[in-house]
Design a protein around this ligand. Structure first.
Ligand code: GDP
Length: 526
């Protein structure tokens, strides 16, 4: 393998959680360990506290200054770690789902007080679809949380995950004394408030009297019983099963106290997968191939309002990406080269000369890219499994300023390219319909159209609940259906026929009345 050394030192992952579980705090601790930042508080939360556009805009403004918040690259013990940020807010879940296609593993943060929450469930579903290996971090052990065994059971049951404890806590809340590292067989003591200076005590075995001295007899005895039980049930971690997405190692800790984080990070670099092979429409592409390939999983326009640039985030999947070299843009069948690709090291945008599998490269884009686009050295394929979402809320886009029609059209085209919303045109007309998964996105679109394109718009709610993509072997039959149902049909941005259903009842009726027409829901982009 030509680039074996580079590939084997890379780990690309995402931290996922329900908002407030501690994703930002944990990210920051990782970066501190990696030396990418020096002080706590340097990582800005990308979370939206309320349903408030201002929060989102504030975040966007900060991102304009530093896109490093989207992808964070740092080094730890000779490994190069790419940490991809995912928005926690459910209205932006689509962005998260797509980002998950660009990683090789995830760390899931669960709040020990709240246990499994809505977003946790959905995110794990996506990981399961792709057999993504998961490590679980049970956070906030310094708070009075649920009973640890109940919590493990809840996670296993609710998330349908098979867990494997790697550390085990001694109490929680104000009685939290630390964790026993089942792998290293040592005790890591928690001293609240000291932040990071956890004391690690090596013990011979569980009968070691040091245990009683450090924990008190009662807690030492409980720990002995717990560990005996756990070791009996779980045995040693089956790394292969973890890599296959079948078993999830679990760590307990407190991110804000930087407790239990290092234990996880050390295990992570040990067991987490290096860049994996990926499926395409043609064949499986191995990370170790000489020839370069990669795909775009995220696009962001106007990151810096002053420069009006648009960035496509490319995940390198195989070979070596090089600056100024021509690559095939498969969908456009066009050769493109990039003179200013950049990496996301620490907090600055650095122009890079090359990148390897697992890396994420930022490409300045003048409108060539869409989510799912593939670059290769000539071969024609697409990476599969990049989800396209099915919108759930539909509104008509109303132009309030006819003088700005051009700007509005340009703006809406660019913003929908980012994938936050979908644009439909009603059958035979010009009525523009925007479909999103969350209300917040409409506010964001309205705000950005005005700020970035000077176009004032309003939205008018439409009574649709689902968009279905239509296909049929008989072109005339499909055309007739579209015409006949013109109140409910239209085209997506790429001219594909779409049926907009008012209710489940209508949808089911149409499906059963038209057996030769195929109705597709949340389809993959490719
Ligand atoms: P995110 O929404 O998942 O990114 O969550 P944040 O990292 O912003 O954390 C949400 C809140 O939980 C913040 O106020 C953190 O200070 C707090 N927090 C994070 N980790 C811990 C922890 O281990 N213990 C306690 N008590 N609070 C924590």
């Amino acid at each position: 393998m030509k680039y074996e050394k580079e590939i084997n030192r890379r780990k690309t992952f995402a931290i996922i959680s329900h908002p407030d579980a501690g994703k930002t705090t944990l990210t920051e601790k990782f970066l501190l360990f990696g030396g990418a930042i020096q002080t706590a508080g340097a990582v800005k939360s990308n979370k939206i506290k309320k349903h408030a556009t201002s929060d989102f805009m504030e975040i966007e403004r900060q991102r304009g200054i530093s896109v490093a918040t989207s992808v964070m690259t740092f080094e730890y013990k000779d490994f190069l770690i790419n940490l991809l940020d995912t928005p926690g807010h459910k209205d932006f879940a689509e962005d998260t789902y797509r980002t998950l296609t660009a990683v090789d593993s995830v760390v899931l943060v669960v709040d020990s007080v709240n246990g499994v929450e809505d977003q946790t469930r959905r995110l794990i579903e996506v990981c399961r679809m792709r057999d993504t290996p998961v490590i679980v971090f049970i956070n906030k052990m310094d708070r009075d949380g649920k009973n640890r065994f109940d919590l493990l059971e809840e996670i296993e049951k609710e998330l349908k995950l098979t867990l494997h404890p790697m550390t085990f806590p001694i109490n929680s809340g104000k009685d939290f004394k630390g964790v026993y590292n089942l792998r290293e067989k040592n005790l890591v003591l928690f001293t609240p408030g000291t932040r990071a200076d956890s004391e690690s005590v090596v013990i011979e075995d569980l009968t070691d009297p040091v245990l009683d001295k450090k924990l008190g007899e009662k807690d030492a005895e409980t720990l002995r019983e717990d560990v005996e039980l756990i070791e009996g049930v779980y045995g040693d971690l089956d790394t292969e099963a973890y890599l296959a997405g079948q078993v999830a190692p679990v760590f307990f800790g407190s991110a804000v106290n930087n407790f239990g984080v290092k234990e996880m990070l050390d295990t992570f670099i040990d067991i987490a997968p290096v860049p994996r092979d990926r499926n395409t429409t043609l064949r499986e592409v191995s990370a170790g191939e000489d020839k370069f390939s990669g795909f775009v999983f995220k696009i962001h326009a106007n990151l810096d309002p002053k420069h009006r640039d648009r960035i496509a985030f490319l995940r390198v999947c195989s070979g070596k990406f090089e600056r100024n070299k021509y690559y095939k843009h498969v969908r456009l069948d066009k050769d493109l080269r990039f003179s200013n690709p950049y990496s996301f090291m620490a907090r600055s945008k650095d122009i890079i000369e090359d990148a390897y599998p697992g890396d994420v490269v930022g490409l300045f884009d003048t409108g060539n890219f869409k989510i799912g686009d593939t670059l290769t050295e000539g071969e024609k394929f697409y990476f599969t499994g990049i989800p396209s979402f099915s919108p759930e809320i539909f509104k008509e886009l109303v132009n309030k300023d006819p003088m700005k029609t051009k700007q509005m059209e340009k703006g809406i085209a660019q913003l929908t390219d980012e994938g936050v919303a979908q644009l439909f045109t009603q059958y035979g007309g010009t009525k523009k319909i925007i479909g999103c998964v969350g209300e917040l996105q409409f506010e964001v679109i309205q705000y950005r159209l005005l700020q970035e394109y000077g176009a004032a718009v309003e939205f008018r709610t439409l009574p649709f609940y689902k968009a279905c993509w239509l296909s049929c072997n008989d072109g005339k039959m499909l055309a007739d259906f579209m015409r006949f149902k013109q109140q409910n049909t239209g085209e997506d941005k790429d001219g594909n026929p779409v049926y907009l259903a008012q209710s489940e009842w209508f949808l089911n009726t149409e499906i059963s009345n038209n057996p030769d027409i195929h109705f597709a829901f949340s389809s993959e982009v490719i």
